[in-house]
Design a protein around this ligand. Sequence first.
Ligand SMILES: [Zn+2]
Length: 65
Amino acid sequence: MALSTCPKCPSHAFEMKEAEPNGSKFKLMFVQCASCGAVVGVTDYFNTSSLLDKIADKLGIRLHG
Ligand SMILES: [Zn+2]
């Protein structure tokens, strides 16, 4: 599998950063280059997929086989 690379600098390291963009009512998590800070992705602050996992678990629904 190819190594993820920052589009701006040669770095391969990324980090999550809490962000509240202008005009947004919600906090977001930016996935950004750990070296230069270029934002390469955005995800929701509450990590909806892990939340869904927990809810499904409580309901006795198996999501992963
Ligand atoms: Zn970078």
